[in-house]
Design a protein around this ligand. Structure first.
Ligand SMILES: CC(C)(COP(=O)(O)OP(=O)(O)OC[C@H]1O[C@@H](n2cnc3c(N)ncnc32)[C@H](O)[C@@H]1OP(=O)(O)O)[C@@H](O)C(=O)NCCC(=O)NCCS
Length: 213
């Protein structure tokens, strides 16, 4: 295993387990360990030890490790975004991981720190930013543009040519009509249907869609 394929995961909760499953299936990374809270050091997440906290990112970055943020996101992206920015200040490099069980078009691109999980579909001419989660069974269809620090949740459908701003989340099985544009820092609730552009950051849910925060 070459040294440039060693990865450290940041965040040791449930989403971390799902990421481990994808990384192991992809097969080209050696998972060195996990960074989490200080009182979890020495514990294991699946087969991997918690080896430090995010205060150790700079030290591991200087040793050539890559990183992936495996903190989950069920609303705003604040925590994942703050960790990403802290790590970039420490010169950390991030892995981009595609599950071999996903379809990612050869005409699509995704930025560093983004993971495309099992059975997702990423269509032609899709552009995905940095530090995103494209979760299991989601569909990001042709020509869509997903900003950085976004979570497209399990089974969500982002139809062709949609535009999603930085730090947004599309909940499980939510649907965005084709060409819909949503602003940065928008949360779309599970199962919601978005027919029109969302111009204001906040939390939206339901069908018909309403702003709940
Ligand atoms: C939208 C969401 C973030 C709102 O969470 P919240 O701010 O804690 O909101 P609450 O649970 O207090 O609900 C507020 C209101 O919105 C309604 N609501 C919440 N989520 C809704 C949804 N997905 N669809 C329709 N209505 C919803 C609630 O019924 C409640 O209505 P009321 O005021 O008439 O009683 C959350 O419900 C949600 O859907 N999260 C996405 C979860 C998900 O997809 N996880 C993926 C894991 S991979």
């Amino acid at each position: 295993m070459s040294s440039d394929k060693k990865i450290i995961l940041i965040g040791g909760g449930g989403h971390c387990k799902a990421c481990i499953d994808v990384i192991e299936t992809e097969g080209s990374w050696y998972i060195h360990g996990i960074l989490d809270a200080a009182d979890r050091i020495g514990q294991f997440v699946l087969d991997y030890p918690v080896i430090g906290t995010d205060d150790d990112i700079a030290s591991y970055a200087s040793q050539g490790f890559y990183f992936l943020i495996t903190v989950g996101q069920v609303k705003y992206a604040t925590v994942r975004q703050e960790i990403f920015e802290k790590a970039k200040k420490a010169n950390a490099l991030f892995a981009t991981v595609y599950s071999p069980k996903a379809h990612v078009s050869k005409y699509a691109t995704a930025g560093e720190g983004t993971i495309v999980m099992h059975y997702a579909h990423v269509g032609a001419d899709v552009v995905i930013g940095r530090n995103c989660v494209i979760n299991n069974h989601s569909n990001v269809d042709h020509d869509a543009n997903v900003g950085s620090h976004c979570h497209i949740s399990t089974g969500a459908v982002v139809n062709g040519a949609c535009v999603i701003g930085d730090g947004s989340m599309v909940g499980s099985r939510a649907v965005l009509m084709q060409s819909v544009q949503i602003r940065h820092d928008v949360v779309v609730g599970a199962g919601s249907v978005v027919l029109k552009n969302i111009e204001e950051s906040g939390i939206y849910a339901g069908y018909p869609l309403r702003k709940i925060e």
